[in-house]
Each structure stands twice: as structure tokens, then as C-alpha cells.
Write a protein that binds this ligand. Structure first.
Ligand code: DON
Length: 309
């Protein structure tokens, strides 16, 4: 296990000359202000060990990684009926694409593209005010990570609310098809806040541990979801978690993963570990450039790819 500590440190050291590569997301003004020369990695195993490298304790905006947690909440609340609102197929399109929505009658391809995540947030809102729904999401993530200090960065949420023209278009489009139950402003208000959750790699790796542990967080002993549900969420992360870069990520890394435009990626080695990496510079698909490279190095050095070593 000390071996893992050296692997994590080596990865951070070897990538250092490349810190700052990629393009920081600038369509959310508050994210454009982040120092691009940062890199963090955290690996937490199902045995409860934690290995940290680089800026693993620096909080960042988890953005689309939150979609894993809201999907888990929506499944808990509504069960398999959510699949009448959103599909389970890779989109092969950008995370904020609108083209498929019209052809497919307002049913987004999967819960991780923006349209699908907005539909899931609509389901999380059921029976709640927007403020209560945000509270439920924050409490759930704190429970998963077993940390009370996790908060929403309200400046990021405000910044996205002021500039989220695409997401407004997607949500209005779905509403026009009768596929959203709540007012667009309510749904997007919750969505922007979930995306603005601020977490460090260490906290994020802990929050994802239930997906590595067959639905149960082995360090807290909490069963979050059933084995079957954990397996299925992992399957969706593998096939859809990196949008039109999902095939490439599976090819290079071979682990279920979910990226965010803040530069974070949560990856799961089922039965072994939960891994969070962060580096703000993105590749052309909007996924962390050095984060993906770090995961490729980690998968190679640990033999953790689900496709064999
Ligand atoms: O809705 C958006 O555009 C952002 N709040 C989240 C997008 C995102 O993280 C895509 N991931 N790579």
C-alpha cells in the first residue's frame, strides 16, 4: 500500500513540467479566474487507506461530477421510473449539445449530458422548494464524504446563472416537450448550485467510495445503494461520463469516470478504490487534460483497468 503513495507522488512529480496545459473553462466567468497551474490527486481504497499527491486538499468546483450524486438521489427517490425521462446511451455529442433533443422528443440521451442532468435535477426537486433540494444535495454529499465542511461556492453558482444561456435553452426546450415538472428557473437554480459544490480531491475520492465498494462505503459502513445500483451507475460513468470523449477515456484509462469543467475527474476502480484528480486545463471535449493523463498513468501502474492489465 505504501507503493500506492509512491505511485501517486511520482505521477504528480512527472506531470509537473506540464502544469497549466489545456484550456480553462471560460464560459463560466468565475471558473476562468482559477490558477491553471494546479494539480491534485487522491486515491482512497476500499480498505480505508488514503493516498494524496499535489494539491489534493485544494477545493475546486466539481461541476458535472455532481451529476453522479444527483443521479444517485433521483434513483433513490423515484427508482427505475427515472428512465422514462432520460436514456442510457452515450450521446457522441458535446456535453451542452441541443441537436439530439429535438429529434428525440425532449428525452436526453443520458443523465450526464447537461440536458439529462437537468432532467434528473427536476426529479430531485419533486416535493421540495429549490432551497430544500439544494440542501438535500449538499447533505447527501457531506454524508457520502463523511465531511461536514463541504459547501456550495455561491459566487460560481451566481456566475453560471448569469451566463448559462445554453442551459436555459436546453431546459426551456424540455419544458416545451412537457418533460420538466417544475419551472425552468427553479430547476436551473438547483442545477447551478449542485455544479458549484466545492470539494477537494480528498473529499471527492471519499464521496465516490460507495461506488468502489459495491454500494457501501467501507469506511463509514453506510450502505448507500444496492450492489446492482452501484454497478449500473459505474456502467453509465464508463459509457457516458466523458461525453464525446467517453470512448477515448475507456480506451486510455479503462475505468468508470465522471469529469467536470472545473477540471476534476472522479474515477472508480470497482472493488479497489475511488480516485479523484484535478487540473483546471481542459482538452477539446471539456475534460481535464492532465487529469485524464494522470488517470491513464495510475491505471497503467496499478493494473486497475476493468479490461485487464
Ligand atoms: O452546465 C454546465 O455547463 C456546467 N455547470 C457543467 C458542465 C460540465 O462540467 C461538463 N463537464 N465536463
Amino acid at each position: 500500500m505504501t507503493d500506492l503513495q509512491s505511485i501517486v507522488e511520482e505521477i504528480a512529480r512527472e506531470l509537473e513540467p506540464r502544469f497549466g496545459e489545456g484550456r480553462v473553462a471560460d464560459y463560466i466567468p468565475q471558473l476562468a479566474r482559477v490558477n491553471p497551474r494546479q494539480f491534485g490527486i487522491a486515491v482512497t481504497t476500499v480498505d480505508g487507506d488514503m493516498f494524496l499527491g499535489g494539491d489534493a486538499e485544494v477545493p475546486f468546483s466539481i461541476q458535472s461530477i455532481s451529476k453522479v450524486f444527483t443521479l444517485t438521489i433521483a434513483l433513490g427517490k423515484h427508482g427505475e421510473s427515472i428512465w422514462s425521462r432520460v436514456g442510457r446511451e452515450p450521446s457522441g455529442s458535446a456535453f451542452n449539445s441541443i441537436v439530439q433533443l429535438e429529434r428525440e422528443n425532449g428525452i436526453p440521451r443520458n443523465p450526464f449530458i447537461n440536458a439529462g442532468a437537468i432532467a434528473i435535477t427536476d426529479l430531485v426537486l419533486a416535493g421540495h422548494t429549490p432551497k430544500e433540494a439544494i440542501g438535500e444535495i449538499v447533505r447527501f454529499v457531506r454524508y457520502l464524504a463523511d465531511e461536514d465542511g463541504i459547501v456550495v461556492d455561491h459566487e460560481v453558482a451566481k456566475s453560471e446563472a448569469a451566463t448559462g444561456f445554453r442551459n436555459h435553452a436546453l431546459a426551456n426546450f424540455m419544458r416545451s416537450f412537457g418533460k420538466l415538472d417544475h419551472p425552468v428557473d427553479h430547476v436551473l437554480g438547483v442545477y447551478f448550485h449542485q455544479c458549484a459544490l466545492s470539494m477537494s480531491c480528498r473529499q471527492l475520492a471519499k464521496a465516490g467510495l460507495y461506488l468502489a465498494g459495491g454500494g457501501r462505503n467501507p469506511t463509514t459502513g453506510h450502505r448507500v445503494v444496492s450492489h446492482l445500483r452501484a454497478r449500473r451507475i459505474n456502467a453509465l460513468m464508463l459509457t457516458c461520463g466523458h461525453y464525446d470523449g467517453s470512448g477515448e477515456f475507456a480506451y486510455r484509462v479503462g475505468l468508470p469516470g465522471k469529469s467536470g469543467v472545473g477540471g476534476g475527474i472522479l474515477a472508480i476502480a470497482p472493488g479497489k478504490a475511488s480516485i479523484a484528480v484535478w487540473s483546471p486545463g481542459l482538452n477539446d471535449n471539456g475534460n481535464s487534460l492532465l487529469g485524464s493523463t494522470a488517470l491513464e498513468m495510475l491505471a497503467e501502474r496499478t493494473g486497475w483497468s476493468i479490461f485487464g492489465y
